[in-house]
Ligand binder design. Structure first.
Ligand code: TYC
Length: 115
């Protein structure tokens, strides 16, 4: 059995479905999450959020405190390559500054996507 965009082959018969053959496509999106740890100074986390995620002082401090209190928090949402670059930059920068700060990627689920 083969299936294309709008044709279903069933027992040798081709059925054409009444739906448009194409929908507007959007790229998958990824959350960059910052993780809490016991050692990274609060000021360094704020600095990272400003440097790599373009947050202002107030929002950066809010995100840092959320992570500190809850364990993880959202730094931003990007397409895959950009999200991966931010994760790499943050983790490398933290390592070079001898802090254990880490961030990770998480795919935005279809349920969470707006329209
Ligand atoms: N928990 C750290 C402390 O008490 C601060 C911190 C906040 C570390 C957020 C990492 O992603 C982080 N110094």
């Amino acid at each position: 059995m083969s299936q294309t965009n709008n044709e279903i082959e069933d027992k040798g018969q081709i059925q054409t479905l009444n739906k448009p053959s194409s929908k507007t496509q959007r790229p998958p999106l990824y959350k960059v999450l910052i993780l809490n740890d016991d050692y990274t100074p609060m000021d360094f986390v704020i600095h990272v959020l400003k440097k790599f995620f373009k947050k202002g002082e107030t929002e950066a401090a809010e995100i840092m405190l959320h992570v500190h209190n809850r364990g993880s928090g959202l730094a931003g949402i990007y397409t895959y390559e950009i999200a991966e670059t931010k994760v790499f930059q943050t983790n490398e920068y933290s390592r070079k500054n001898q802090h254990p700060l880490k961030c990770t990627l998480e795919k935005v689920s279809i349920n969470e996507e707006g329209q």
